[in-house]
Design a protein around this ligand. Structure first.
Ligand code: 6GU
Length: 239
């Protein structure tokens, strides 16, 4: 997969080259290119924003500069993602969908956003999604890109050591994952649940499922309500 990011703060994206994502780049599993939007400016101040039509606070990013940047970066076919608190919610399902793309371009807006015509114009030539990572407001899209890229890239074959580990992720079955434990058996007077040391794998699977259900019920009842009719079995209903 190839990932391009256009931003006025390229240094904000440096964590993409660290740890597991950095390893994925070194191993050729992904290719990442970060572009400075100001490279497409022509004036001495390299300005990228202007005051909004209709008045109001803040600044809007200028269409001409974004237009030139996206013409160049999206010259080879890509799916364009525009991080925005006004976007559709980013979910694990969307992470899976985007992980199947050969090429993603992220366009990071700052200030009050990018002139809407940039997005509308791009959408005439390529798939475009405005995407939000949650119901809170960030200063710009850069950190949202780090979040989305990490969620997407960890799904690519070979990035995580153990393929099973994301089949058991929170959300992959629509439930939150339950608690995990490792040695020692007792720590600060707290014992690991007996069932996990029983060696009875059917019992362990059932216990984990019950823990996931209980945790989801308590913390995210909205997820339980959204499960398809057939997602819960007889025993689940008893829990
Ligand atoms: Cl994607 N961008 C910004 N600026 N704020 C956000 C967001 C994105 N998602 C939630 N808040």
């Amino acid at each position: 997969m190839r990932i391009d990011v256009v931003t006025i703060f390229p240094e904000y994206l440096e964590p993409l080259r660290a740890a597991l994502l950095g390893r994925a780049i070194e191993r050729g599993l992904i290719e990442v290119d970060v572009h400075d939007l100001r490279d497409w400016t022509h004036d001495v101040h390299r300005s990228v924003d202007d005051s909004p039509y209709g008045g109001g606070p803040g600044m809007v990013m200028k269409p001409q500069i974004w237009g030139a940047a996206l013409d160049e970066v999206c010259a080879t076919p890509a799916r364009l993602i525009v991080p925005s608190p006004a976007g559709r919610p980013f979910t694990q399902a969307m992470a899976h969908e985007l992980a199947a793309e050969p090429r993603l371009v992220f366009a990071c807006g700052r200030y009050e956003g990018i002139d809407q015509r940039v997005i509308d114009d791009a959408a005439t030539r390529m798939p475009v999604d405005e995407v939000s990572i949650g119901d809170y407001v960030l200063i710009g899209g850069e950190v949202a890109v780090l979040v989305m890229v990490e969620a997407i890239v960890r799904l690519l074959p070979g990035v995580l050591g153990n393929q099973l580990s994301h089949e058991q992720d929170s959300f992959s079955d629509g439930l939150l994952e339950g608690p995990s434990y490792t040695r020692p058996e007792v720590w600060r007077g707290l014992a690991v649940p007996e069932v996990l040391r029983s060696g009875n794998h059917a019992l362990i699977d059932r216990w984990r499922r019950d823990q996931a259900l209980a945790r989801t019920y308590e913390r995210r009842p909205d997820l339980l309500a959204a499960l398809p009719e057939d997602a819960l079995d007889q025993h689940d209903h008893a829990v």
